[in-house]
Design a protein. Structure first.
Length: 241
């Protein structure tokens, strides 16, 4: 059962890679179909008319990719209508053999989501919110999941609103100095892997991995996955329902 609230207003601190603390204003409004939707800094993260229909149309665009990969990384949480539809599609294709991870920069969005909607995703969906980019890559669960080379589903409104965060997330691996990258990583195994490339730049590391002719370990898969996320075809354009 979904709980509805006419309007809630809250101020919060954005957890990001920036040195300054950015304040964001969140409102929870009701769509014309009666669904609760978050509005961050005046931006509706879902359709103000029918967020479930919007989510259905959005996820359909990824059907071919979902049919080929049982692991999905979602960039942006909102109030998770797109996650609901993604779960529906994954169950239809994979049964119970799938895994979804959601990353969002705002902890408060997740808190308001739990206040406004009743969800029971179980262990199939992992949500990480409010983490700095360096904390994302220092989290063993996230690193292990990323090494599976998941299909990436960027939630359009969230991605466009938090471009700096998600671009920092996706370009975190693009620093030329691997030692600098490793300094942000807490996982000792992954840190050792990065330092094993010596003085190579990030791009030299990617070329070295590609030259293995697919004889890759889990960390190789992680790097190649992150590299694919930053490719031009993953540029997001906002489409309104």
């Amino acid at each position: 059962m979904v709980k509805f609230y006419k309007k809630i207003r809250a101020k919060l601190i954005l957890g990001s890679t920036m040195n300054n603390e950015n304040q964001n204003t969140i409102e929870v409004k009701e769509s014309k179909t009666g669904h609760s939707i978050p509005v961050v800094d005046g931006v509706h993260l879902h359709s103000s008319y029918n967020p479930t229909k919007e989510a259905e149309t959005f996820i359909e665009k990824f059907n071919d990719q979902l049919a080929e990969n049982k692991n999905v990384l979602v960039l942006g949480l909102g109030f998770a209508y797109h996650v609901d539809r993604l779960i529906y599609q994954m169950k239809r294709i994979w049964g119970d053999d799938y895994q979804i991870m959601v990353i969002d920069p705002l902890l408060k969005t997740e808190e308001l989501l739990m206040e406004n909607r009743t969800l029971d995703y179980g262990k199939k969906v992992m949500i990480h919110s409010g983490l700095k980019v360096s904390e994302v890559y220092g989290n063993r669960d996230i690193v292990d999941f990323m090494s599976l080379k998941p299909t990436v589903v960027p939630h359009t409104a969230s991605f466009n609103l938090f471009q700096n965060y998600f671009k920092s997330l996706m370009s975190f691996n693009a620093k030329s100095d691997l030692e600098s990258i490793a300094s942000h990583v807490e996982d000792p195994e992954f840190k050792k892997y990065l330092l094993g490339f010596g003085t190579k730049s990030y791009f030299e590391m990617v070329n070295t991995i590609n030259s293995k002719n697919e004889d890759w370990n889990k960390w190789d898969f992680l790097i190649l996955s992150l590299n694919s996320i930053t490719s031009p075809e993953n540029t997001v354009r906002r489409e309104q329902l």
